[in-house]
Design a protein around this ligand. Structure first.
Ligand SMILES: Nc1ncnc2c1ncn2[C@@H]1O[C@H](COP(=O)(O)OP(=O)(O)OP(=O)(O)O)[C@@H](O)[C@H]1O
Ligand SMILES: [Mg+2]
Length: 371
């Protein structure tokens, strides 16, 4: 078991030296479960492959424990990796698939047998050991692939989108199996996904990446509630956060967020945070999540923070219903309605905003101002 340190790590590929990963700094604690998340091409796999030794580091240092591993070959790094395409050997039984790596290491037969039985028990695949991969379901195959990784206890587990081939239901099931597995064996794990739900539910900490750069490293709660910039705010959360463009103005000593159709008074805490930024009468972005609005009349009467608009349509997603409201901005406002609320498409509505939950971003830098 080990901690991991990335110190100013860069990766440039090919003859054009295109930057895939830039100034990557991260300290992973021993036994921690870290999730790297970000859109396709942002450098997640490259980061993992540098740690595994499958790609050279262009610049910077990577440590596993106290050892600088930049020049250590993959097989000597004591890492187990599960790939997106788990490619089992089709002609080998489940047992042979899992034992393969141990046989290469020339472990004695009884030791292989012992390690294998233990892994099979943890993953609940004891009854399939004689079958060929084609005789298994997708989820069972995925567990065999995991079995290959956990059959020994390495210093570090790396998982690159290990669940991406599974259907939604199996994915949820395997998600919790991997978490349970981690609780049992407590090996430092770095897990890559582009699925933000997976990131939020699995990670002790989440690393959000974009275009080769770390945007934020934080607990899932902080990533959700205090995103450092509009990229993170937009990437995490489904449906995504609403962004409204307006101006910061002062009325009777109070800071307000103004558009040409409505004005919202900021809570005192946000007012004092924003006063530091010298943005009066300047354009500013407000972010508000769909669940932080409501249509309940009694709340609206009491609130000065309401947004008028016209209902375009609503989406029923089982547990919730989301209303899309035309507020004459670039995008419609999406608001989650409580169960009692019903309204016809095309009708005029007033959405009350929970201003405590509103976030304000710099229009040009897109950085969070109310932190
Ligand atoms: N072998 C390579 N040679 C040149 N460029 C590469 C190579 N591998 C990856 N890249 C580029 O590096 C960038 C990062 O790729 P990477 O595979 O790390 O992204 P990712 O975050 O894992 O994306 P995905 O979610 O699609 O798997 C991309 O722009 C990609 O085109
Ligand atoms: Mg990848």
């Amino acid at each position: 078991m080990a901690n991991i340190l990335f110190n100013q790590v860069y990766k440039r590929y090919g003859k054009y030296k295109e930057i895939a990963v830039s100034d990557f700094n991260l300290s992973v604690e021993d036994t921690e479960f870290i999730v790297l998340v970000g859109p396709s091409g942002c450098g997640k796999s490259t980061t993992l492959r540098m740690l595994a030794g499958l790609e050279d580091v262009s610049d910077g240092e990577i440590y596993i424990g106290d050892t600088l591993v930049n020049d250590i070959p993959p097989k000597d790094r004591d890492i187990s990796m599960v790939f997106q395409n788990y490619a089992l050997y089709p002609n080998m039984s489940v047992y042979e698939n899992i034992a393969f790596g141990l046989r290469l290491r020339k472990l004695p037969k009884h030791e292989i047998d012992l390690a294998l039985k233990r892994a099979a028990r943890v993953l609940e695949i004891e009854n399939f050991l004689d079958r060929k991969p084609r005789e298994l379901s997708g989820g069972q195959r995925q567990r065999v692939a995991l079995g290959r990784a956990i059959v020994r206890t390495p210093q570090v587990f790396l998982m690159d989108e290990p669940l991406s081939n599974l259907d939604a239901k199996l994915r949820v099931q395997m998600r919790s199996e991997i978490i349970n597995l981690h609780r049992k064996i407590e090996v430092t794990t770095i897990y890559v996904t582009h699925d933000q739900i997976e990131a939020m539910t699995m990670g002790d900490r989440v690393v959000v990446m974009n275009r080769g750069l770390i945007q934020q490293v934080d607990s899932p709660e902080m990533i959700y509630n205090k995103p450092v910039n509009m990229f993170v705010a937009n990437f995490i959360g489904n449906p995504p956060m609403n962004f409204i463009e307006g101006k910061l103005q002062e009325r009777d000593g109070q800071l307000q967020f103004h558009t040409n159709r409505f004005a919202l008074t900021l809570i005192p805490e946000h007012q004092s945070m924003l006063r530091k930024h010298n943005l009066l009468d300047r354009a500013i972005m407000m972010g508000i999540r769909p669940e932080h609005m409501s249509f309940e009349p009694h709340r609206i009467e009491a609130s000065t923070a309401v947004i008028p608009g016209v209902l375009q349509f609503n989406e029923f997603v089982g547990s919730d219903r989301y209303y899309h409201i035309d507020i004459k901005q670039e995008r419609p406002l999406v608001a989650r309605a409580s169960e009692g609320f019903h309204s016809e498409d095309g009708s005029t509505v007033t959405a009350a905003v929970n201003m405590e939950k509103a976030l304000f971003f710099h229009k040009d830098t897109e950085m969070l101002l109310t932190k």
